[in-house]
Design a protein around this ligand. Structure first.
Ligand SMILES: Nc1ncnc2c1ncn2[C@@H]1O[C@H](COP(=O)(O)OP(=O)(O)OP(=O)(O)O)[C@@H](O)[C@H]1O
Ligand SMILES: O=P(O)(O)OC[C@H]1O[C@H](OP(=O)(O)OP(=O)(O)O)[C@H](O)[C@@H]1O
Length: 215
């Protein structure tokens, strides 16, 4: 039997994903060992392989079929725009994609001004401002600590993830507009979905039963 490969996003979502898979009997203890430098893990009994990848790369592995299944945030799915099936909302990693800034920046969002928008998500920001708001903006790509940008005068507003809101609050910023809700999703390669339909459908069905079964 062919092995099915599952790509998991490193970081915040990894442990929660492993915990959830464990609930439906998909286990891979070795992958939890942080001291290991191994990149790929095999469960011969279940005919499954697992690997951890940088979150942004998970959709790439899945589109090309190097992974049959992936687990990654909706933010990454929207930003990467890869061709694959999004099959399940896993219900954790919940947060919101927002436009944020100092409260005084609100006026820039209603008068169609050419403002600067700092973000780790240039495609999401572009889609929101250009297609939904019809506002021309300058997008400035950053890789972290996005909240710094309006404080130091790099941009008028930011597009970023807000979970508890603490980071915004502690830096004197507020949510100005909500773009969409985010959570972890299961994605599947389009060919794998056909070729391994039975096994992949079973995983999705088991997860759905667990998630919606009141556990
Ligand atoms: N407070 C939060 N901040 C950031 N991401 C969150 C938060 N809550 C949930 N998430 C989800 O967790 C995913 C992974 O976040 P994580 O911070 O581990 O990785 P990353 O920020 O993409 O990686 P890196 O820090 O290497 O750039 C996000 O893509 C998002 O879907
Ligand atoms: O609403 P909160 O609960 O405060 O969470 C939101 C913050 O968490 C994320 O940053 P992360 O910790 O990933 O660090 P980064 O700035 O390096 O991306 C995100 O970019 C926000 O800064």
């Amino acid at each position: 039997m062919r092995y099915i490969t599952i790509a998991l996003a490193k970081g915040r979502l990894a442990i929660k994903t492993l915990d959830l898979l464990e609930k439906i009997g998909i286990t891979c203890d070795e992958i939890r060992d942080k001291s290991s430098r191994k990149l790929i893990f095999v469960n011969d009994d279940l005919k499954l392989k697992f690997f951890l990848a940088k979150a942004n790369d998970v959709p790439t592995y899945v589109e090309y079929g190097a992974a049959d299944i992936g687990v990654v945030g909706k933010d990454t799915i929207l930003e990467e725009g890869r061709k694959m099936y999004e099959v399940l909302d896993l219900g954790f990693g919940k947060c919101r994609m927002c436009v944020a800034g100092p409260a005084s920046a609100d006026k820039f969002l209603h008068h169609g001004e050419l403002i600067r928008v700092a973000t780790k998500y240039p495609n999401i920001a572009k889609d929101y401002f250009y297609n939904k708001k019809h506002q021309t903006v300058e997008i400035i790509k950053l890789n972290g600590s996005i909240e710094l940008a309006p404080i130091v005068g790099l941009a008028e507003v930011i597009v970023d993830i807000v979970e508890t809101g603490s980071t915004l609050r502690e830096n004197g910023l507020v949510v100005l507009e909500e773009i969409c809700d985010i959570s972890a999703r299961m994605v599947v390669n389009e060919v794998s979905m056909k070729m391994e339909h039975e096994r992949i459908s079973k995983i999705i069905k088991d997860l759905k039963e667990y998630l919606h079964g009141g556990n």
